[in-house]
Design a protein around this ligand. Structure first.
Ligand code: ADP
Length: 946
């Protein structure tokens, strides 16, 4: 690295030559000074510090004394030498470095040389004092006075940055030193181009603070000439000089004049004048003194300007720094004090900030995570959630712009060991739109989740408890009304009727509440079966006809004959229909209600329209909320719970359908829902063989459905042929949007996706499929001519085949995706248990195989690669523990998840821990319920088993 010292060394010779050359130009050149000697002394102190080292100072003093006494040199020359060195130095810096690495050096060296000048001046004065007594000559005395003047100026100027003060003082000292009574300092006003009087001596009028403009411009008058030519002048008699501009007032008695330019380095600030009324008053010595003093004033101006610039800049910088620090510490304080955990990662996924709440919520392990890749941190979370978070993060990092304008952000729920945490992630952009990282907010929602569970349980318990007394109330009022205890009087009958009606309302309310709490807690299992929506609609119409007649409303039904079947729970669908039709009746004072059933591609559409009161636009989104009832006299009058529509919506969605509404106030409303149909060609559903099979969950019980997304009709036909030949059911979509709709409505078991679609990019479709919780789990196989496996896999495709596709490859890939996932190997030696398990699992759509001992388990696992092994720990020969260890050692079977089961666990906890450490994913202790088993299987196999 270049230091000032090394710089100096490499530039020494040119510096010295320049300096000596400059010295040669001074009037007193060649007086016999030992300039090189001074240079060497001075050189020794360069770069040490601004202060002069003691050794150097002593050498300087010795040099000065020798200069004056031995070499008989002139003190002003000695002082001028130092000033010149300073100028030479700064000029050279400027030329050589052009402001690059050495920004601080010129100032440093200048300061050093300033001190040197003071030291030289001090020594000169001291020495001259002595020499005066020795030699007592007039010249020397004068010389001493001048020297003293320069010394004082030098000292004052270095000490003060107040320009006005410096100029006044300098004028006074200089004029005193030369014995003159008048003087002035004029500075150039660069904008106006005139010299402005800034300090004046020997005049009674005070100067205004901003100075007094003069007539002198560049080249005008003697002052203008000196300013232009940058050269000092000594005029014996101004009246004889053609450049002299006489004062207009004619009161100017000036005859002798010295004018020196205020020059430092390259800057020219103005002029200094000293004058007398007597002609021929000044000598060359005076001129030199004034010229040197003018140089000093110029330096002071330059310093003052530099100082004010530097201090302003420093102040500005300081202010903005302070502001920034204030802001930063404010944000820090806010971040640390908020209750939500905040984790910030940079654009590369490295953690750059973790606040204390985040540490509390996520565990202290995070403290040491600063600077780490966020993926390592998520590794400590349980497997499933980690993947969800990472997927979300990666999707975000891969395409941050897509999330830029949407304030909702990626959300997910993490079930930690003991807590539940909600996570929100949002990308951060600079104002210029550059992606800089991701902010994740974590909130501990354990209590909310627990409260929610507790609330659901409470509602469910209370509803049950209320039902018992209600049953009696209803039963007995029914008996009373039926006249079981004799006829009732008119009033009695009216009162009993009121009780009866309210008991009915209460029952309805309780049923609704119970429904909601059961749906929410996941306890409502729909009994799906193939059904004709026709039957459902007709039943509902029959049951409600009386109500319509009572109100004088017309009920119209448009019900086509041959509608395709839908998979559904007839009771729940009837409840949906019933609710919509009864709302239409209740909220329609006059007119008619129309029920229309129509067929769409892959779905049935049901419309319930009325000519009733309608729903204000502002309320339309709220009517699906629980307990919401519009503010309308009729609504108040008919009464209700406000729960019906929220239940309806849940049921429709549980059927894979959608519901929406359209309404105009005063004109009427139309509620519409659609349900996916069973496949068109499969409408002849084989008769269920037994009651038990009829109740089989439709999920996975039928043939596997593949949604083929492809716009080329020939390829569609080909894929259909190949897939159907292998027993798959095929539905198709030509467009991206259509694919999204069908995936949502039909919930196929898997999707084959072409990348080049007429309306959208297939990768976009894939991203949307994976972003929608309803379709995220459906495996997607990409069939494309575009070779971009990486994007496909990153976005969540499970396989990627490039066209042209070989049938064998296609079918193998689909099998691997669909079949293996839902195949469960039951390793169980007891034939009864094995058969019970396989029946149960088949009931839920799994394919099962049985192995009766450890050896068979290993062999079958290797051969069949099941999606999961249900392993009994007590088996003859090789027992379950050993089988587990071996399965985990074998590369072929290592990845198959294993659920261990046993009826003999003495200590369930320690047993479970042991098994998990061996590689099992779960341990079930017999007896376990079917639900428990299925939940476990679904969890392990990723939720969608086919
Ligand atoms: P409830 O009918 O018991 O109040 P719902 O959940 O079925 O509860 O309906 C919620 C609200 O939606 C009703 O209170 C009513 O304000 C409005 N609403 C529902 N159906 C209709 C309709 N067909 N016409 C006008 N308003 C309706």
């Amino acid at each position: 690295m270049t230091t000032l010292r090394t710089w100096f060394e490499s530039n020494r010779s040119s510096l010295k030559t320049r300096w000596l050359k400059a010295m040669g130009r001074t009037p007193s050149a060649g007086l016999g000074c030992d300039w090189p000697g001074l240079f060497e002394i001075m050189e020794a102190g360069i770069g040490c510090d601004a202060a002069i080292p003691t050794g150097v100072a002593a050498a300087v003093r010795a040099w000065v004394i020798a200069e004056l006494s031995v070499r008989q040199g002139s003190p002003s020359d000695a002082l001028a030498a130092i000033f010149l060195l300073r100028t030479t130095f700064t000029d050279l810096f400027r030329e050589v470095e052009e402001g690059s690495v050495v920004t601080g050096w010129p100032a440093h060296v200048a300061a050093y040389l300033d001190r040197m000048a003071i030291l030289v001046a001090e020594t000169l004065v001291d020495t001259a004092e002595q020499t005066v007594t020795d030699r007592l000559t007039e010249t020397l005395k004068l010389e001493r006075d001048q020297l003293e003047a320069l010394y004082t100026i030098t000292r004052e100027i270095s000490a003060s940055l107040d320009l006005t003060l410096v100029m006044d003082r300098t004028l006074r000292i200089v004029s005193k030193a030369v014995g003159a009574s008048h003087g002035s300092i004029m500075l150039m006003d660069q904008e106006k181009g005139v010299l402005v009087l800034r300090a004046v001596l020997g005049r009674d009028r005070m100067l205004p603070v901003e100075g007094e403009p003069t007539r002198f411009k560049l080249g005008k008058g003697l002052a203008g000439w000196v300013y232009e030519h940058r050269q000092a002048l000594l005029i014996e008699d101004v009246t004889k000089d053609s450049r002299w501009m006489k004062s207009k007032r004619g009161n100017d008695r000036t005859r002798s004049l010295i004018i020196a330019p205020l020059i430092v380095d390259l800057d020219n600030y103005g002029v200094m004048t000293i004058s007398e009324e007597q002609p021929g008053f000044f000598t060359e010595e005076h001129l030199r003194l004034v010229d040197t003093a003018a140089g000093q004033v110029a330096r002071a101006i330059s310093n003052a300007q530099l100082y004010s610039y530097v201090s302003q800049t420093a102040q500005k910088l300081g202010e903005s720094l302070r502001r920034e620090q204030d802001e930063a510490s404010k944000s820090q304080a806010i971040l640390q004090s908020i209750a939500d955990g905040v984790v910030v990662t940079d654009a590369h996924g490295r953690i750059i900030l973790v606040n204390s709440a985040a540490e509390r919520i996520l565990g202290t392990r995070w403290r040491s995570m600063l600077g780490q890749d966020v993926r390592n941190v998520f590794a400590i979370l349980e497997r499933g959630e980690r993947e969800e978070m990472l997927k979300a993060m990666e999707a975000l990092a891969a395409n941050p712009a897509a999330y830029r304008d949407s304030p909702t952000i990626i959300q997910s729920k993490l079930a930690m060991e003991q807590t539940t945490v909600s996570a929100h992630m949002a990308p951060v952009f600079t104002s210029g739109g550059q992606f800089v990282g991701i902010v994740s907010i974590f909130r501990d929602i354990t209590r909310e989740v627990q409260a929610d569970i507790a609330k659901t349980e409470f509602v469910s318990t209370v509803s049950h408890e209320l039902r018992t007394p209600l049953t009696s109330i209803k039963g007995y009022t029914d008996l009373l009304m039926a006249g079981a205890v004799g006829p009732l009087m008119e009033d009695q009958a009216r009162f009993v009727n009121i009780i009866h009606n309210n008991a009915n309302r209460l029952t309805a309310l309780i049923n609704d509440l119970l429904d909601i709490s059961r749906i929410e807690s996941g306890r409502v299992k729909l009994a799906f079966r193939p059904l004709q929506i026709r039957d459902v609609v007709q039943n509902v119409v029959e049951s409600q006809r009386a109500q319509f007649e009572a109100k004088g409303l017309v009920l119209e039904v448009e019900l086509p004959e041959d509608l395709p079947l839908v998979q559904g729970d007839p009771e729940r669908l009837a409840q949906v229909m019933d609710n919509l039709v009864s709302n239409a009746c209740r909220y329609t004072p006059e007119g008619k209600v129309t029920i229309t059933v129509s067929q769409m591609q892959g779905a049935l559409r049901m419309d319930v329209s009325d000519t009733g009161i309608g729903i204000p636009a502002a309320d339309q989104s709220k009517i699906w909320d629980r307990f919401f009832r519009a503010d309308h006299p009729l609504v108040e009058e008919v009464g209700g719970t406000g729960l019906g529509l929220s239940i309806v919506k849940m049921f429709v969605e549980m059927h894979g359908g959608r519901i929406w509404m359209d309404s105009e106030i005063g004109k009427g409303s139309t509620f519409t829902f659609i349900l996916p149909t069973m496949e068109a060609q499969g409408s002849v559903i084989p008769k269920p063989e037994s009651e038990e099979i009829e109740a089989v969950s439709w999920v996975g019980a039928g043939r596997k459905t593949v949604l083929v997304v492809e716009d080329e009709p020939d390829i569609v036909a080909l894929l259909r042929y190949q897939l159907e030949a292998h027993g798959y059911r095929v539905i198709t979509a030509m467009l991206g949007d259509e694919a999204l709709y069908k995936a949502n409505a039909e919930r196929p078991d898997m999707i084959t996706l072409d990348i080049l679609l007429p309306d959208r990019d297939g990768f976009d479709v894939l991203r949307e499929l994976k972003g929608n919780p309803c379709t995220a789990e459906i495996p997607v196989l990409i069939l494309s001519i575009v070779q971009d496996e990486e994007s496909g896999f990153r976005l969540g495709a499970v396989d990627y085949l490039t066209k042209p596709i070989e049938e064998r490859q296609l079918i193998e890939s689909i099998r691997a995706i669909l079949d293996h996932k839902s195949r469960v190997l039951i390793a169980e030696d007891n034939p009864e248990t094995a058969s019970l398990l396989s029946q149960m699992l088949e009931h839920y759509g799994f394919l099962t195989m049985v192995a009766v001992d450890g050896y068979e388990t290993l062999a079958t696992a290797r051969r069949e690669k099941p999606g999961l092994i249900l392993l009994d720990l007590r088996m003859p020969g090789m027992d379950g523990y050993e089988a587990l260890v071996r399965l985990k050692q074998d590369a072929e079977t290592r990845d198959i998840p294993i659920i261990a089961m046993s009826a003999h666990a003495a200590d369930y906890r320690s047993e479970r821990e042991k098994l998990l450490s061996l590689g099992a994913v779960e341990f079930l202790s017999k007896p376990f319920t079917v639900e428990q088993l299925v939940v476990e299987l679904e969890r392990v196999m990723g939720g969608s088993h086919g």
